[in-house]
Ligand binder design. Structure first.
Ligand SMILES: C[S@@+](CC[C@H](N)C(=O)[O-])C[C@H]1O[C@@H](n2cnc3c(N)ncnc32)[C@H](O)[C@@H]1O
Length: 203
């Protein structure tokens, strides 16, 4: 399919999508927020006072929701792109895989993180298996990074795409955390291979 046809289809899809409309009414920057809300409802993730890291945070709907949910807590948001300010949030602009950015994150930590969440995704190529592998590698890197900075009862949440790397990610999750679940929220588009891994309690 030609590029302008793909973007036309995307625009049409956005207009029809109830979550896009709802996000505008609710004041969220992206429809992605409803996936996190569903995850929070099901797994009871956020509590007042928590310290949270949001990786791949822009334009910021997950951070908007988390910032409200943790009330007086603190949030650190990381993305390649700059985003508009959010209450209680420290923003780091840069590539999460860069060791200097990882060091900057660690320098902000005064205690173990209660939640590490990653919605990082590479620009999709349309080749489903390649997209799954590239986004899966980002998920693995975030999971390994979390191991040393998350509190014992902390949560790790990440976007994954179903594909050849799926079993590897679940196995890595099980080697680091005691509880590992995979969940596809209702608000995640049906035709997308996207799902979420929710891990809890460090081994
Ligand atoms: C699906 S969007 C995140 C949407 C966000 N959760 C929200 O609710 O607004 C994925 C984001 O991952 C970011 N990203 C991809 N690779 C990254 C990397 N290596 N380091 C930091 N951010 C990255 C992209 O810039 C993009 O903003």
């Amino acid at each position: 399919m030609k590029k302008n046809k793909i973007s036309k289809n995307w625009v049409n899809k956005q207009h029809r999508d109830i979550y896009v409309r709802k996000s505008k009414i609710d004041g969220y920057r992206a429809r992605s927020v409803y996936k996190l809300i569903e995850i929070d409802k099901k797994f009871k993730v956020f509590k007042s006072g928590m310290l949270v890291l949001d990786i791949g945070a822009a334009p910021g709907s997950w951070s908007q929701y988390a910032s409200k949910a943790i009330k007086q807590g603190r949030l650190i948001s990381v993305d390649l792109k700059k985003m508009e300010e959010i209450k209680n949030t420290i923003q780091i602009k840069g590539d999460f895989t860069d060791p200097n950015i990882k060091k900057t994150i660690k320098d902000y930590l005064s205690k173990g993180l209660d939640v590490v969440m990653s919605d990082m995704a590479v620009n999709t190529t349309g080749i489903k298996n390649l997209d799954a592998i590239q986004t899966g590698e980002l998920c693995k890197e975030a999971m390994i990074f979390s191991k040393n900075i998350i509190s014992t009862n902390g949560f790790f949440i990440s976007k994954i795409f179903m594909g050849s790397i799926f079993n590897e990610i679940v196995a890595l999750g099980k080697s680091i955390f005691k509880e590992v679940k995979v969940f596809k929220p209702q608000s995640s588009r049906k035709d997308s291979k996207e799902s979420f891994i929710i891990c809890k309690k460090l081994r």
